[in-house]
Ligand binder design. Sequence first.
Ligand SMILES: NC(=O)C1=CN([C@@H]2O[C@H](COP(=O)(O)OP(=O)(O)OC[C@H]3O[C@@H](n4cnc5c(N)ncnc54)[C@H](OP(=O)(O)O)[C@@H]3O)[C@@H](O)[C@H]2O)C=CC1
Ligand SMILES: O=C(CO)COP(=O)(O)O
Length: 346
Amino acid sequence: MDKVAVLGAGSWGTALAMVLNENGHDVRLWTHLKEHAEEINTTNKNQSYLPEVTLPSNLVAFNDLKEALQNVTSVIFVLPTSAIRDVCRQVAKVLDHKVTIIHGTKGIEPETLKRISEMMEEELPKHLFDEIVVLSGPSHAEEVSVKHPTTVTASSKNIKEAEKAQDLFINQYFRVYTSPDMVGVELGGSLKNIIALGAGISDGLGYGDNAKAALMTRGLAEIARLGTTMGADPLTFVGLSGIGDLIVTCTSVHSRNWKAGNLLAGGKGLNDVLEQMGMVVEGVRTTEAAYHLATTQDIEMPITKGIYKILFEDADPKEIVDQLMTRMRRHEMEDLSAILSDRYRT
Ligand SMILES: NC(=O)C1=CN([C@@H]2O[C@H](COP(=O)(O)OP(=O)(O)OC[C@H]3O[C@@H](n4cnc5c(N)ncnc54)[C@H](OP(=O)(O)O)[C@@H]3O)[C@@H](O)[C@H]2O)C=CC1
Ligand SMILES: O=C(CO)COP(=O)(O)O
């Protein structure tokens, strides 16, 4: 049995804490709100984030970070991208020993265009950890918390650290694979949220399965183009953190990104949509980041750019679809083939 702290008591932090609790670990679920910790400890409920579920009574919530981190062997960060740096700085002040660091966050920081592990490496002193692990894949909290079969990938620059995460989490309903491709796993998990916003918009406009399949497939082509240029293994994008997560987020009733896209297509403004969601919609900030990455790296990402225009420039979603459908004719694998042949030539 390990002592583990999960930082972030939203839907995903709570669901992962339940998996760890099921595996017999001593789990400390940290929330930055005192009243939230009290609610969890007194009612065994997390009403705002996972209302349908009753939490195990031995799953304890903490508001004091130093207390939550005392003697733990692993720390799991499950926060919105926007909170990662702040919480890392708080951890750096109170953590006094080396631990395994894992994160389950899916995003890219728009201001710096950095992945989550890169942000964490900048904020956490090196003596506190070996290499960071990312846990990512098709895994809606609502389903994991009721023990529906789920598969994810753990990746790290040091595969031994990824295997530690695999050991901690794996069980009969939560199967964990490993991968050495940290860049690909982090990018796949983040970029699919942009396409999920698009899938919600497409469904909201009344388009059918053909349109959604097109979005997902051509969306994956964009993800692979950018990801491969940034150093990822192209094969990762046909794995759990690539196509797997893309499928679940574009097709599930649980997806916050899909729901936000759906509301946008109905004519609501972005701020109203985000307010109504009440949970983090990572795809919005990731769209901003990917738009700038595509521009700086000179990668063609027409779907991402179209969604950027809908989100930030008030473009009409239907007009964006028309523009995408009337782009210049091309060979289906044109850009990816060029990127891959460049990569294997060098
Ligand atoms: N939900 C899911 O099914 C999955 C989510 N993910 C990823 O996990 C990450 C977290 O998502 P999720 O749990 O769904 O998010 P939620 O919106 O459900 O919860 C976010 C939690 O983080 C807290 N928080 C926000 N800002 C801060 C801060 N500055 N300091 C401390 N705590 C803060 C929130 O507190 P408050 O109540 O005050 O807002 C809330 O408890 C995201 O990157 C998401 O993409 C990955 C896989 C599945
Ligand atoms: O990443 C997720 C499932 O794997 C969750 O996606 P949403 O944030 O869109 O709900």
